[in-house]
Every structure is written in C-alpha cells, then in structure tokens.
Write a protein that binds this ligand. Structure first.
Ligand code: PMP
Length: 415
C-alpha cells in the first residue's frame, strides 16, 4: 500500500493552496467518482479515431465501434459471472440501472433503510410499485432475521440491497441474502456502485439475480452504467427508453419492441463510456485478488487507526458485527462542521474528501442524527501517503483550527 496498485490519471496533479503555493492533489473521493486508470485513458485514445455510431452504420469505423460495444457486453458479463439467460444492459449509471429494474419488477420490493437514494427512491415514494422498508438491526445477523421475517410475512418480488455502503464501506453478505430471498420466492438485486470497484462479485456463485453499477466509480469515468441480470423480467417490461434501436418495426399505430438489452437501450449509446468500462474491468480482472484486497484493507486500517487516535473524531458504523469493509470511511467531528472541515482540507492541504449526507439521508439520520459527515474513500491509485496526508491535515486542523478567510453564510461555510 506504499504506492498505487495501478497507475491512475491525475495521480501526480498539483493544486493551488489558499495563501499561495501548491500541493500534490490528494484524491480521497473515489466513492463519488474514481479517477481513470492510465490504461483506460490510453485505450480510449486508441479507440477514439474509430468512434462512430453503433449497430446501424455500414462504414468501417461503425463496424469497429459496434464490435467494441458488443464485446464490452461480453467482458462485463464475464467479469460479474453472468449466467446463460442474463442480460447486460448498458445505462447511464447505477441510478439509471436501478430505475430500469424498478420499471421491470412484477410486484413489491423489500429494501433496507440504509440505502443510497438511488436504491430507495425508484421503489418508494412517487411512482414506485410499492416498497416495504425494513429497518436494519444493530447487527447484520439481526438484519438478516428481520429481512427474512418480512419476506415470510408477505411475499415480495424483489429484495434489493446495497453491496457496500457508500457511507461506511460495510458490506452485506450477499450469498446469505440470496438464500433468504429465494427461499421466499423473491429475487435479489444488489446496488453494486460501491462494491464492484472494490470486490469481485459473481452473480452465479453469490446467487445474485440483478447487479447495478457505474463506470465512473469503477475507474472509467466516462458515464456508462450497467444492469446485469435475469432476462425474463426485462423482456416482459415496457421499453425503458422509447426510440430508435429498440424496435423491429414501427407503424404510426404502434411498434414491435425488441427483446434483450436493445429493448431498453434506444438512442445512440455512450460507446466510449462502455468501451472504457470494459477496459477498466479487464484491468481489475487481471489483478491478483489477494493483492487487491490487501492494498485497500491496509489503507483502511491505517486510516482507522489514525482517526481513532484523533480527539473528537467518530468513525461511522452501521453494524457492530460487520467484517472487512471496503475503502469508504466517514466520520463526524465534534464541534466542527463537516463542510468547513472539507473546505479546509481542500483549500489548505489540497486534499479532496466528500462532506454531506451522501445521498443517504435516512442512514445519516440513523447514525448521526442527520448531521453531515466527512467521507474519505480510496482505491487502486491510492497510497499510504494519501492517508497520512489526511491524518496530518486533520490533526493540524483539530489543534489550530482553520486559517482566516472562512465565513458562514446561511448555515453554509464558504471560503
Ligand atoms: N448507489 C451507491 C451505493 C452509490 O454510492 C451511488 C453513487 N454515490 C449510487 C448508487 C449512484 O450512482 P450514480 O451516481 O453513478 O448513478
């Protein structure tokens, strides 16, 4: 963990500091969007000359683009252990992929109260087909019992859970959740936005029926997402986007809609985003699993040990029995506003973290009385120097406070 496991673009950037001078940019905001792997950027520059419309163009570049786009489907499917009969549908991002799934579920959905809004809002509130929210317990073991009780009490079509929390990095036991869901006739969907960039997911092995994730969090920040999973519901669902490419024939009275991924991918797709995603996945696939895991868990341990030694800092955790979380850590600081802390880290130290409620308001209500927190997240391009920079800056901040120049306007800190 002393150096990056794979080189990323921007790893050596400098940023200006308040008060003059500059510093190496320290990116601890991978969970929002991860940097591109250098191999992804190189590949894109090789593919860009052949960038053209897919599927319907007869020109050579169109054929190359189409082949690359469809090959990407195979790469993604292979990487996540898709089964025969699974579809790989390209979307804009995880939000879009979960929205697509929500439009295809033939019944009610059960979910937990710890979800990112992307895995909450499509099912509940306006427009959803009906979601039943189970309040997670203090432990994962208790939470599994609560989920099982809910499914037993009343059948549901789908159980949808986050693979890894974007607030705490804690992971859920997918195989056990799949067994519980299947025992009661439900399918399991996983919001893999924060899991896929950190851990290998195998749909067939884990028993996961649907998986959604984003390219921009998986080292391909070019705006493609994926929904992979059982094709039958997707084929029976109304087309998610209506337009060219999703139909076999159209009259003024109606259309014959295609089956398979094309049914939901109308319009010109994000070819380069998809190609970038596939290349990032190939790079991840080539990693030694143990090395990948140890790189990130060593950084996490170092960060946690350092944070625990700081006064007034409280690391967030949902479950008391979770094991082996991914590289996402959030914390509250007594007496220090999260926005202000994040501003200082950026302006005075060149360190990028996230602050806020991370699109998980119900979860932040649960673990921090609704108060904003600071989140540090990292991955393949991170090193101990990044973690140490954050710990050093935080301890200085806690000791000396921010430099002059910050003011609070309408409850929001500004520089
Ligand atoms: N789920 C989780 C757990 C996330 O962390 C995020 C992104 N913050 C999303 C879903 C949504 O991803 P996207 O913005 O790429 O749609």
């Amino acid at each position: 963990s002393d150096c990056p496991l794979l080189p990323v673009v921007g790893g050596e950037l400098s940023v200006p500091l308040q008060g003059g001078g500059e510093a190496r940019a320290v990116n601890l905001d991978y969970a929002a969007s991860a940097p591109a792997l250098e191999s992804v950027a190189t590949h894109l520059s090789e593919v860009l000359p052949y960038y053209s419309s897919v599927h319907r163009g007869a020109g050579y570049a169109s054929q190359v683009s189409t082949a690359a786009y469809e090959h990407a489907r195979d790469i993604v499917g292979g990487f996540v252990g898709a089964r025969v009969g699974d579809a790989v549908v390209f979307t804009r991002n995880t939000t879009d992929a979960l929205g697509l799934l929500a439009s295809a579920v033939p019944g009610e959905t059960v979910l937990l109260d710890i979800e990112h809004h992307a895995n909450l809002l499509p099912w509940s509130a306006e427009g959803g087909r009906g979601a039943r929210v189970v309040q997670a317990g203090q432990t994962i073991a208790e939470t599994l019992l609560l989920v099982e009780a809910e499914l037993q009490a009343r059948p549901a079509a789908l159980l949808t859970v986050t693979g890894a929390s974007n607030v705490t990095g804690e992971t859920l036991p997918l195989r056990r959740l799949a067994t519980i869901a299947h025992r009661h006739g439900a399918r399991l969907a996983v919001d893999g936005a924060q899991l896929v960039p950190h851990r290998r997911v195998d749909l067939a092995f884990d028993g996961v029926d649907y998986l959604a994730f984003s390219g921009h969090k998986t080292y391909a920040p070019f705006g493609a997402g994926v929904l992979v999973g059982r094709r039958d519901w997707l084929d029976a669902a109304p087309p998610y986007l209506r337009g060219g490419g999703a139909v076999t024939s159209v009259t003024l009275d109606g259309a014959a809609w295609r089956l398979g991924p094309a049914r939901h991918e109308a319009g010109s797709p994000n070819v380069l985003g998809v190609v970038a995603l596939a290349r990032a996945i190939q790079a991840i696939d080539a990693l030694d699993d143990a090395e990948w895991h140890d790189h990130e868990s060593a950084l996490r341990e170092r960060l946690l040990t350092g944070l625990e030694a700081l006064p007034r800092v409280h690391v967030n955790r949902i479950f008391s029995d979770s094991v082996d979380p991914v590289g996402v850590v959030s914390f509250h600081i007594d007496g220090l506003d999260a926005r202000l802390a994040a501003l200082v880290l950026s302006a005075e130290w060149g360190i990028a973290v996230r602050d806020g409620r991370f699109c998980a308001h119900p979860l932040l209500e649960r673990i921090g009385q609704g108060k904003a927190a600071v989140r540090a997240s990292f991955g393949l391009g991170s090193s101990t120097a990044d973690v140490d920079a954050l710990l050093h800056a935080l301890s200085e901040l806690l000791e000396n406070g921010p430099a002059a120049g910050y003011s609070e306007v309408d409850g929001q800190w500004q520089l």
